[in-house]
Write a protein that binds this ligand. Sequence first.
Ligand SMILES: [Ca+2]
Ligand SMILES: [Ca+2]
Length: 196
Amino acid sequence: MAAVPSRHPLPRRAWILSPDEEVSQASLRRLYDRFNALDRTGKGYLSRMDLQQIGALAVNPLGDRIIDSFFPDGSLRLDFPGFVRVLAHFRPVDEEDDGNRDPKEPEPLNSRMNKLRFAFQLYDLDRDGKISRHEMLQALRLMVGVQVTEEQLESIADRTVQEADEDGDGAVSFLEFAKSLEKMNIEQKMSIRILK
Ligand SMILES: [Ca+2]
Ligand SMILES: [Ca+2]
């Protein structure tokens, strides 16, 4: 591949949610305080605009899509249980719990698998269970800065899809997605600092 001089090195792959998300521990009490602080007018629920005040989401290239995931099925109001449920995906995995969990218990929302599922749906916009080259390109446009040419974006999208695409159908299934991210520290990448 021809070397392209660039002050900002291009990512080799597109599987990056954001370069510098921080890890945080969240207790319910702190979440509730945070919920109330975000709900500035005391309406008892959060709107999209309230969530846009969260710095970590404002700077996250996929922040808008993450905010979308707080409002399934076109709802406009996010209550406290919904807030906690979505945020649970971003909580760091508690290492002590890992492996010693009762198999009959439901998988915690912040487990590696659930984090992967959550990340996958940020890419899979049409929800057909596959990330197409086009969907990859759309996500990349949000993630990389303006200094990158369309040609370079397409080449990153192609490479990311090709490397992950084991069955050769030109798209990335959830399984292929999970395998590609096997070596990545998804726990850390998917831990977003929502609390101050
Ligand atoms: Ca899709
Ligand atoms: Ca495939």
